[in-house]
Design a protein around this ligand. Structure first.
Ligand code: ATP
Ligand code: MG
Length: 786
């Protein structure tokens, strides 16, 4: 090399460098967490540009979230040390798909200024269609249809491609027809939904080969981060773009599949939509929820050139990076397959493995590697660190989730006093309802925090609705609250009624609620609306009377129940409904900490008043799903209890495959930590006012003893002394041979920590943790030697 090595290359290890410098042909980087995959992608763009192999506008780089795209832009600027003229196409699948779609909107019957509907708009539109078709929205909820359509779009299926059997599951066989009607309506409204940004883009490419060719020509280099979580639509889109342009005149059907197979294949959420549980990466991340558990990916997915077709064009310079152990958005097998198929789909692909983890200290990496080794469906990778062992992963039990939040709050303050920035601290939860306790705690402590990848707990739509009921009870003059729920759930009091109430209220200078009381005495409303409004007013009068005789938590339950609000979500079969019900329960639970309704509502207004995320230095709070690709010095992982993590729902719905996905999620969580990973479990959770005893997560049993330290909760009572919250449930002999619930666990732990047997040669006391089976065997310093 004549010139001096450019700055951006000098820090790379040989494998990373190979991945950066192999510019021609397909490249797959298959490597574990923290090995620099994302860094390699960024360096690769810098390299392409500085080698003059392409102009910025000729590079397509796909990231998992918008946040990741921003980060990559920032890093790229730093690497190149100068402003680049123009910018690469850098963003999520949907943002880039949307951009292309706008340019050619008229080819898919849209105008370039088309609107992107949010979930609420989407539901409203579907409800209209259901009404027009006389389909009972109670029996066949619009949200369910939205979930189905979303799922179909994620799989790249246009209405005509939906397998009849699947279309039949909704509205007595009318699912497919409704999907088609919905697409038509969208066109009339000059609108697209989230899924269309990609699906309509694919249709555009299929129906207009000249447009496809234009982009195939344009994008000389394609880069994809988090490849393990791409769904079928994204995969199809990539494959179309990654082919070298075909000659005009060659029939498109020879290189582009007309349809794909009907097998249910999971979709992926992008973690960007704030309101939808289905997209904000919380516990309810499945798209449609109706797929058979662990449905295998069918090899017939007909996206490869078939025999008899003209020879496929050689794939272009595409570089995908991924980690099968971090696939957390699909059923087992699907994404692993995506990676496995890479060499098949892109002949001549170079597969590069990175084995050195630059992120985490030894104990953290060892713990994460040992945990994920319990999964069967993996490609298997070596991971090593040259970092120090650092602090052990801690496991702390506390009495309940409140104590857990208090303990974590204290530890964070301690870290802060020791000079850590709050920006270097994250709390990663399994389910969004868990955030509530931390948000309350942080407000009390005055600790700045931000919620990443979704709304804050009290800002969630269902929580706001429930609060609106309570506010209306508390203050009949609270017009905003009353208006929010007057027709939620639907009770035939639509916009026209509300407008009439407003007119009355304005004229007579009275609150909306009083206006309603007056209006029902007149015959201005149609009989049905009038009856419905009268019922609602009677309900509120009743609830206000009950307030005097029942506790405020009980009242909340009664209100949510009698108003039909809870039922609305219970009947809702969309993916995010279960998460919303959990949030409602958590809301009621949170009220227990207050004397009365008034006190509770005052607290809420204080919490809501904080402008979230404005602070420069703040603790990050997010779900494990949203934490993908991120890293923090200090990571707190609360709620490692059976049922919560692994999530009982995932286990029930998907069995073994679900368990493995939960374990990958645990692995993602631990590998976010650079210096400290702190795991917690509470031995009791209060659910709906009743205490239930919980069992520590089996994932805790699966951690390697030498790398873990059991600590007492700072919150006080703790769990340690009382010994035994139930029998050991897991016959995890490889790990410890006993669970957290027995004192024996601690003994085994202590023995191992002392290095008995050097941790090798299994079969000894405590069940023999066999170091040689460990994926990091021999490649990292063993604590027993130090
Ligand atoms: P994940 O699987 O979690 O997305 P990743 O493989 O994308 O992880 P990166 O986020 O790219 O990993 O890198 C992890 C950390 O290691 C980053 O802080 C990165 O800057 C650092 N890093 C990567 N490669 C090197 C290197 N060669 N020298 C020093 N630091 C490195
Ligand atoms: Mg990454």
């Amino acid at each position: 090399r004549a010139a001096a090595t450019p700055q951006y290359l000098s820090g790379l290890n040989p494998e990373q460098r190979e991945a950066v410098e192999t510019l021609d042909g397909p490249v797959l980087v298959l490597a574990g967490a923290g090995t620099g995959k994302t860094r390699v992608l960024t360096c690769r763009i810098a390299h392409i540009l500085s080698q003059g192999r392409a102009r910025p506008g000729e590079i397509l780089s796909v990231t998992f979230t918008n946040k990741a795209a921003r980060e990559m832009k920032l890093r790229l600027g730093q690497m190149l040390g100068q402003a680049v003229e123009g910018m690469p196409w850098l963003g999520t699948f949907h943002s880039i798909g949307g951009r292309i779609l706008r340019t050619h909107a008229e080819l898919v019957q849209l105008k370039s200024n088309f609107t992107v509907l949010d979930v609420d708009d989407q539901i409203r539109l579907l409800k209209q269609l259901l009404a027009a078709d006389n389909i009972d929205d109670k029996r066949w909820p619009a949200r369910m249809l939205a979930g189905l359509i979303d799922g179909w779009k994620n799989r790249g299926l246009t209405p005509s491609q939906v397998p009849p059997g699947e279309a039949a599951v909704f509205g007595n066989g009318r699912g497919g027809k409704l999907y088609a009607a919905y697409q038509e309506r969208l066109k009339i409204l000059n609108a697209a939904d989230f899924g269309d940004l990609l699906l309509e883009n694919i249709r555009l490419f299929r129906e207009h080969p000249d447009v496809l060719r234009q982009y195939q020509h344009r994008f000389k280099f394609i880069l994809v981060d988090e490849y393990q979580d791409t769904n079928v639509a994204q995969y199809l889109w990539l494959r179309l773009l990654a082919q070298a342009p075909s000659k005009p005149g060659v029939p498109l059907s020879s290189v582009i599949p007309g349809r794909i197979d009907s097998t249910v294949i999971p979709g992926r959420a992008e973690g960007t939509n704030p309101e939808s549980g289905a997209r904000d990466g919380d516990q309810t991340d499945r798209d449609s929820g109706f797929a058979p558990a662990g449905a295998p990916r069918n090899d017939e997915v007909n996206i490869l050139p078939q025999p008899g077709m003209t020879a496929p064009n050689p794939p272009k310079n595409i570089c995908c990076v991924g980690d099968d152990d971090q696939s957390i958005y699909g059923w087992r097998g699907a994404e692993v397959d995506n990676i496995l198929r890479f060499e098949h789909d892109f002949p001549g692909a170079k597969v590069i493995r990175l084995e050195r983890n630059y992120r985490s200290t030894g104990h953290i990496l060892a713990a994460a590697s040992h945990l994920i080794a319990h999964n069967e469906g993996r490609l298997g990778k070596t991971l090593r660190t040259e970092d120090v062992d650092g602090e052990k992963v801690t496991v702390t039990g506390s009495w309940d989730s409140e104590e857990e939040a208090r303990a974590i709050g204290e530890e964070i303050e301690e870290l802060q006093r020791a000079g850590n920035k709050l920006n270097d601290i994250a709390i990663l939860v399994r389910a969004s309802f868990q955030m509530r306790e931390f948000e309350d705690r942080f407000v009390t402590l005055g600790l700045p925090y931000r919620v990443i990848g979704g709304p804050r707990f009290y800002e969630r739509a269902e929580v706001r609705d429930a609060l609106a009921y309570l506010r209306t009870i508390n203050s009949p003059a609270d017009d905003l609250a009353f208006e929010r729920i007057v027709n939620v759930p639907k009770r035939g009091l639509g916009d026209a009624t509300v407008q009439m109430l407003h007119d009355h209220a304005r004229k007579r200078r009275i609150p909306l609620f009083e206006a309603a009381r007056a209006v029902v005495e007149t015959d201005e409303l149609k009989p049905k609306a009038r009856g419905s409004l009268r019922d609602l007013i009677a309900s509120f009068d009743r609830w206000r009377a009950q307030r005097e005789v029942t506790s405020h938590t009980e009242l909340a339950e009664i209100v949510l129940d009698e108003s039909g609000y809870t039922e609305m979500w219970q009947k809702d079969r969309s993916a995010d409904a279960a998460g919303r019900l959990e949030n409602l329960k958590e809301l009621v639970r949170s009220m227990e900490e207050f004397e009365n309704l008034q006190g509770f509502l005052e607290h809420i207004s204080l919490v809501m008043d904080r402008d979230g995320g404005a602070e420069d230095d703040a603790v990050s709070l997010m779900t494990l799903h949203s934490a993908k690709g991120l890293e923090f010095d200090n990571v707190f992982l609360p709620g490692w209890e059976e049922g919560l993590f692994p999530s009982q729902r995932t286990l029930d719905e998907q069995g073994r495959a679900g368990l493995e996905e939960e374990r990958r999620l645990a692995h993602v969580g631990i590998t976010r930590a650079r210096r400290r990973a702190k795991l917690y479990f509470a031995t009791n959770r209060r659910i709906h006012g009743t205490w239930s005893t919980t069992i520590p997560s089996r994932f805790l049993d699966e951690l390697p003893a030498p790398n873990v330290e059991i600590t007492e909760s700072k919150g006080g009572s703790g769990w340690g002394g009382s010994g035994g919250y139930g029998p050991s449930r897991f016959d995890n002999v490889e790990s410890f041979g006993s669970s957290y619930s027995t004192p024996g666990w601690q003994r085994a732990q202590a023995q191992r920590a002392r290095g008995q047997n050097g941790g090798r040669g299994g079969g000894q006391a405590g069940g023999g943790f066999n170091e040689s089976q460990s994926p990091f065997s021999g490649s990292r310093s063993d604590t027993s030697n130090s």
